[in-house]
Design a protein. Structure first.
Length: 230
């Protein structure tokens, strides 16, 4: 029987009968991860990696989307990686999902280049110096660029992706131009953007983006996503 540590509980994800372990006082997945998982296009037998996988929510959800997938998650925080691994066992996904406790800055020691069809990240949104960090913990690391920044993620993702491989992120609208500049710096061409509105009367606060390694310069703006309609 799977052992839960103090403060942990099992939550139903509401898709494919999947469940996940969460813990009080630690980073917990948010709606951003769900939105990103639904935006991603996946084909059969693809090799996928989630950089900064947190609770493992995205690898676990994607595991059931298509046949023959191989899904990896990399998480720097030891306790989160441990919970993710146990969530994988809880759902009997060991043959499909592999969680690695590692720093994404070291992916070149773990994988050869041009190995993945899809790279995903729900990265920290807040630049250092732009927000108040009361203490360095699992939640502040997930929100602030403490352990890595957006350029680290795109650079390592570009290394991992095959030619014409796809990168998917969710990020703050205020940093859209920054991200596009970084994409192009590492050979990732923005192909589709979808803006996320928490209310119809409010400006978009987040956007979902798909980029293609070595892709042609042609950008599609998808329909806006209104959270209140979800």
């Amino acid at each position: 029987m799977l052992k839960l540590n103090s403060g942990e509980n099992i939550e139903d994800l509401g898709e494919y009968g999947l469940r996940i372990i969460q813990a009080r006082g630690m980073y917990r997945f948010t709606q951003d991860a769900i939105l990103l998982s639904r935006f991603i296009r996946i084909k059969k037998n693809e090799k996928i990696i989630d950089l900064g996988s947190g609770s493992g929510i995205i690898p676990i959800l994607l595991s059931k989307r298509k046949e023959g997938l191989s899904v990896y998650g990399i998480e720097i925080q030891k306790k989160l990686a441990s919970m993710s691994k146990r969530s994988v066992r809880l759902n009997q996904l060991e043959e499909t999902v592999k969680i690695l406790h590692a720093d994404i800055k070291n992916v070149r020691k773990l994988f050869e280049s041009n190995q993945f069809d899809v790279v995903i990240s729900n990265p920290p949104y807040i630049s250092l110096g732009k927000g108040i960090i009361e203490s360095v913990n699992s939640r502040s690391i997930a929100r602030h660029e403490i352990k890595c920044n957006i350029e680290d993620i795109v650079m390592q993702g570009g290394y991992l992706l095959k030619h014409r491989g796809r990168m998917y992120l969710i990020f703050k609208c205020s940093r859209l131009i920054d991200l596009i500049i970084i994409f192009r710096k590492y050979g990732i061409e923005p192909k589709e953007i979808r803006f996320v509105h928490f209310e119809k009367k409010r400006n978009a606060e987040l956007f979902l983006i798909e980029g293609v390694k070595g892709g042609n310069k042609e950008l599609k703006i998808g329909k806006p996503l209104f959270i209140q309609d979800e």
